[in-house]
Design a protein around this ligand. Structure first.
Ligand SMILES: [Ca+2]
Ligand SMILES: [Ca+2]
Ligand SMILES: [Ca+2]
Ligand SMILES: [Ca+2]
Length: 302
């Protein structure tokens, strides 16, 4: 038997004797301690095992909530606004602005103060026109919530308008081409439901005679329009006109930035005893009656 084994056996024997004697021996606490130690270890394992899984299940919930509202709302709104504004096409024929104004319809444009556009481009009957004294024009454009306004100053050596109704095109008259829904059929090169041709006579016989507005196109709504207001004066080889066209006549409505197809012109007859269309000047050099893609564009601004 080894020396250590003998020492162990003696120790066990001594312990048994002491326990049997029930003596208050100090080494009793040393034996109890080993039984307490494992209990602490078990407690630590339980704590770490049950606590750890909880945070992972809570964390994903706020993570899925945050991405949904914030990025989707801001990203979808911003591109739509910029895209529609920049994507609008333009014809490049002629561009006009109509300023917000409610003028007095008396023929004089003194109260307007906005841009007067050159309307001296000959688009019909060039050989019949002797020069700017025979026929030349300039115009200003305006709008309010009730009317679309045009003021025109026309150099014309001889006043001649002998007609009423559909036939006013064979006398001195203001001609308006207006595409009410420009972007609906921007590239369609023929007249259709939203393309208007309106003639406005400054007066039969003279500017003191009967004035009249006539719609020729669209065909389905053609005829005179008594609710178009017309002012006209004549002095020293110059005819001045101011017209107010209700938005209802154009079958559309105004708002800031609204853009329409537009080609205003003036048609000239100088025969004092007969009706004829001799020549026409326009604010749009490329103007062709039956092709809306040859017209200009006008935007309503404040
Ligand atoms: Ca006026
Ligand atoms: Ca003339
Ligand atoms: Ca059209
Ligand atoms: Ca004339």
């Amino acid at each position: 038997m080894k020396k250590t084994s003998v020492t162990h056996m003696l120790s066990i024997g001594l312990i048994l004797m002491l326990t049997a004697c029930q003596l208050p021996f100090t080494s009793t606490s040393t034996i109890v301690m080993p039984t307490q130690t494992p209990m602490i270890i078990v407690a630590t394992q339980e704590a770490t095992a049950t606590n750890t899984p909880e945070p992972p299940t809570e964390t994903p919930i706020p993570f899925t909530d945050t991405p949904e509202p914030t990025p989707t709302e801001t990203q979808t709104e911003t591109p739509t606004v910029t895209l529609t504004k920049t994507a609008l096409p333009s014809r490049g024929n002629a561009w006009f602005y109509a300023n917000y104004i409610t003028p007095t319809i008396d023929g004089y444009w003194d109260e307007w103060g906005n841009t007067a556009y050159n309307c001296g481009y000959v688009v019909y009957g060039k050989s019949n026109r002797s020069g700017t004294d025979d026929l030349d024009a300039s115009a200003r454009f305006g709008w309010d919530w009730n009317y679309f306004y045009i003021a025109m100053k026309i150099h014309d050596d001889t006043y001649a308008q002998h007609e009423l109704g559909d036939a006013i095109w064979e006398g001195d008259y203001m001609d308006i081409l207006f595409d009410s829904y420009l972007y609906d059929d921007f590239y369609y090169p023929d007249l259709n439901w939203d393309d208007y041709q309106i003639g406005i006579s400054p007066g039969k016989g003279s500017v003191d005679g009967e004035r009249e507005a006539v719609v020729w196109y669209p065909r389905g709504v053609s005829g005179s329009r008594a609710d178009v207001l017309i002012g006209a004066v004549r002095e020293g080889g110059i005819t001045r006109m101011e017209v107010a066209i209700p938005w209802s006549v154009l079958n559309t409505y105004p708002y800031q930035g609204a853009t329409f197809g537009f080609a205003p012109s003036f048609s000239d007859n100088d025969n004092t005893s007969s009706s004829a269309q001799e020549s026409m000047v326009s604010c749009v050099p490329s103007r062709q009656l039956t092709n809306p893609t040859s017209w200009g564009e006008i935007m309503l601004i404040y």
